[in-house]
Design a protein around this ligand. Structure first.
Ligand SMILES: Cc1cc2nc3c(=O)[nH]c(=O)nc-3n(C[C@H](O)[C@H](O)[C@H](O)COP(=O)(O)OP(=O)(O)OC[C@H]3O[C@@H](n4cnc5c(N)ncnc54)[C@H](O)[C@@H]3O)c2cc1C
Length: 391
């Protein structure tokens, strides 16, 4: 076990060094600049970013070799995203490569693997996640969208909500109820829905940073071929939970916190501001997160975890990130309230303060949601309390 761990640590450190070289040599300057200033990327820019990662065999590095991946350990995968975020790279869009891809190669048919895995790896198909509904967020099993069998298709009716990037998506992976008879979790199935199908309507929900990230997705008599059911009917809850575990283990939150803290330190120096004690407290919390998160990922990799580690990282990481983001806004002084969201599209300088002032505000506003999506903080606390304290 010790050998496995030291081997994985060496591989993770090598991968991080490769990422740094890639950033210096291969990442286009325009993307570096936009991303460092937290400017808004459009779909084409995200797709080209994902293709850049795919060209390095990194977009699906965590997949098994037989499906084109590199069989990364959990530690490599975590360290990879941590390093990208420390360099302020765009995020790895998770819906295809991290979420639905592993569900398809683990539970899907050969036909589904052949049809979907290549275009997930290349991001030629863009995916969105149709889990949450009005009244079914934390308590997902109470979802109401129905898929009723009719010949060779399911007829789907219902509404999904908060669906990130649905406005760009070619496909939606969706959990639905395929029967009204069985007990809640036994009624759930996992469907792949073509967003071009008649009856699919996407309606934007503006967020407080002024952008279009999330949507309502209305499904009205949408016919979905039975060949798009993943695994067995009524077993979708198992696949949905498998996916959620992947959702909560992201190294990016450590790297994002590192990057924001680093920026806070330079801003505080530039402005000669008296926030040193606050920085010290945030840095201590960051060091505890970094150590704790890597320790947690190593125990998950070795199978010595207690099942609550992903929740610990999500909870501590997102709450710390929000506190650093707030300190950054305070350090901006007046520039922290002069928000010109349009400047973030065209790359113009913000009305006041340093060039990344607008991006810092945008990140602060959008990431108020980070303690809600992917499982709210209260839910993570419940999981930790049950797993660690036995409550
Ligand atoms: C920006 C953003 C992007 C998102 N993207 C997606 C997406 O792409 N796809 C998708 O399917 N979903 C997405 N979501 C939805 C997200 O997963 C849900 O918002 C989240 O699961 C919380 O559910 P809810 O909003 O229904 O809140 P609720 O579950 O109604 O919770 C409301 C409050 O009650 C608390 N609470 C609920 N139950 C308990 C409990 N048992 N004990 C203690 N406290 C409790 C919660 O912690 C929260 O504070 C996104 C959300 C946001 C904000």
């Amino acid at each position: 076990m010790r050998d496995l761990l030291s081997d994985a640590r060496v591989r993770a450190a090598n991968l991080q060094a490769e990422v740094r070289t890639f950033y210096e040599d291969k990442m286009p300057n325009s993307l570096k600049q936009k991303s460092a200033h937290h400017q808004v990327l459009d779909k084409a820019e995200y797709v080209s970013w994902m293709k850049l990662l795919d060209a390095q065999s990194w977009a699906i590095g965590h997949w098994p070799k037989e499906y084109g991946g590199q069989n990364w350990t959990l530690l490599e995968r975590f360290a990879f995203e941590d390093q990208l975020a420390r360099l302020a790279c765009p995020w790895v869009i998770p819906f295809g490569v991290k979420y639905v891809g592993p569900v398809i190669y683990t539970f899907g048919t050969e036909e589904q693997k052949n049809r979907f895995l290549p275009s997930i790896s290349s991001t030629d198909d863009f995916w969105a996640q149709g889990y949450s509904e009005p009244g079914a967020g934390s308590d997902l099993a109470s979802l109401r969208t129905e898929a009723i069998l009719d010949g060779d298709a399911y007829v789907v009716n219902g509404q999904k909500v908060w669906t990130t990037y649905a406005q760009w998506a070619d496909w939606l992976f969706c959990i639905v109820k395929t029967t009204r008879e069985a007990q809640a979790q036994k009624a759930i199935s996992f469907l792949l829905i073509d967003m071009k199908s008649p009856g699919v309507t996407v309606k934007a929900i503006p967020t407080m940073d002024g952008y279009h990230h999330v949507n309502e997705v209305w499904l009205e008599n949408v016919r979905v071929p039975t060949s798009n059911l993943v695994g067995a009917e009524g077993e979708g809850w198992t696949y949905a939970k498998f996916l959620l575990k992947n959702e909560r283990t992201a190294g990016a939150i450590v790297g994002m916190a590192w990057h924001a803290l680093d920026r806070l330190k330079t801003l505080a120096q530039e402005n000669n501001s008296a926030v040193n004690q606050r920085i010290g407290e945030l840095e201590l919390r960051f060091l505890a997160l970094e150590q704790g998160a890597y320790h947690a990922v190593e125990s998950m990799m070795l199978g010595t975890d207690n099942g609550t580690e992903a929740s610990f990282i999500k909870l501590r990481g997102t709450e710390l990130y929000q506190d650093i983001a707030e300190a950054l806004i305070d350090s901006l002084g007046l520039a922290g309230i002069a928000y010109d969201k349009d400047a973030l599209h065209v790359g113009a300088a913000p009305p006041l303060g340093p060039e990344d002032a607008g991006g810092i505000i945008k990140e602060h506003l959008y990431n108020r949601a980070a303690t809600i999506f992917g499982g709210a903080s209260e839910i993570q606390r419940n999981i930790v309390a049950k797993g660690v304290l036995g409550l």
